[in-house]
Design a protein around this ligand. Structure first.
Ligand SMILES: Nc1ncnc2c1ncn2[C@@H]1O[C@H](COP(=O)(O)OP(=O)(O)OP(=O)(O)O)[C@@H](O)[C@H]1O
Ligand SMILES: [Mg+2]
Length: 347
């Protein structure tokens, strides 16, 4: 039976699929993924807190507390899950919420865990309810009830589990039921990276990929990467293409600017989806408020994508705000689109 989980060790850690990374991007990402906590760039609080959790566990020869990682796509949740396993010299088991549709799926994974293993559940907010309750018991009491037989004759056989560490990742921590959230000993909230941190990410990536790049060129990419390492690395590869085909082979400021214009990444790092969200809000709905459903249909995207991928950054950049009546465009959004802010505009 395929439970959608895999046991990974060593280099195979890197074969993990992540939400918004396309399949073809996986290999490129794997090569650049930091292996240990020391080469994980930025996020100083999360890094410091996590290193305390891990060092304390090592000092006591215990498995670390369960860890929840939350934040928008591409900020390093999967990377950190792998780092936790790497730092604990433990093997990593990987599954995801959508792969756990029945309690039985989870029971099969849990009952095959070995001592000290790290179980990574990506998109943990999308797990089936019935499995969630089984997970509460497994996390707290290290026990799982395995159901044997069917119908009225079915019996639950309690099975003790070896100590393990659950690492959950979610882009939507608000959707996690409180009892589940409370069972994590540590929650790391990943926030968008500063341009300075992204510049460090890019410098490291360019070095690892053998790309000839000037600081000014990488700086230009860093400010247009929406605070997201995945996007920074992706833009780096696209700018390299441009430099090789149209430029001198070197990523300098001019190459970065020309390439990013070709790829329609604007000065704030907004891409086509972000701009169409703003465009629909301003031009079609006079700035809003507009409900998420209507907005998503209008830009031809799933509500979940608009809410987790586009919105957090637009909110952070002060281009839209969320009100009880829906999303509204701020004056800055009108200006960014090159439109006149309507008279007496209240947002
Ligand atoms: N702190 C960091 N330092 C250097 N590179 C990073 C860092 N965080 C992320 N990256 C790079 O960005 C890529 C994407 O990170 P990752 O897959 O961990 O994101 P994620 O939060 O799991 O995203 P998703 O929500 O889509 O699953 C990684 O392959 C890695 O190369
Ligand atoms: Mg991921």
């Amino acid at each position: 039976m395929d439970f959608g989980d895999q046991r990974l060790t060593g280099a195979e850690h890197d074969r993990l699929v992540s939400g918004t990374a396309e399949a073809a991007e996986r290999d490129a990402e794997a090569a650049l993924r930091p292996k240990g906590l020391h080469d994980f760039i930025g996020q100083p609080q999360v890094r410091e807190q996590l290193s305390l959790v891990l060092d304390a566990a090592k000092a006591r020869s215990r498995t670390p507390d369960h860890v929840l990682l939350s934040g928008p796509p591409g900020l390093g949740k999967t990377t950190l899950a792998m780092i936790i396993a790497h730092e604990m010299q433990a093997s990593l088991r990987v599954t995801s919420g959508p792969a756990v549709q029945h309690a039985g799926d989870l029971a099969a994974i849990l009952s095959s865990l070995e001592e000290g293993e790290v179980l990574f559940i990506d998109e943990i907010h999308r797990m089936a309810r019935a499995a969630e309750e089984m997970l509460y018991v497994a996390m707290e009491d290290f026990r799982v009830d395995v159901i044997v037989g069917k119908g009225p004759g079915a019996t639950a056989i309690p099975l003790d589990l070896p100590p393990f560490t659950l690492v959950g990742a979610t882009t939507r921590s608000g959707l996690l039921p409180a009892p589940l959230r409370d069972r994590f000993g540590f929650t790391g909230h990943l926030d968008f990276y500063s341009s300075a941190d992204l510049l460090t990410v890019l410098t490291r990536s360019a070095r690892m990929l053998g790309i000839d790049a000037e600081n000014r060129g990488l700086q230009e990419i860093s400010t247009r990467s929406r605070g997201t390492p995945r996007i920074a690395n992706r833009l780096l590869r696209r700018v390299r293409d441009w430099a090789q085909v149209r430029g001198t082979g070197i990523i300098d400021e001019a190459a970065a600017l020309s390439a990013l214009t070709v790829y329609e990444v604007d000065a704030l790092g907004l891409d086509r989806l972000d701009r169409s969200v703003l465009d629909v809000l301003c031009r079609r709905f006079g700035g809003g408020p507009v409900g998420l459903g209507t907005l998503s249909v209008s830009v031809g995207e799933e509500a979940d994508t608009v809410e987790t991928v586009s919105e957090p950054y637009l909110v952070r950049e002060g281009l839209i705000s969320r009100t009880p009546r829906g999303r509204v465009a701020t004056s800055a959004a009108w200006k960014h689109l090159g439109l006149h802010v309507p008279a007496n505009y209240e947002f």
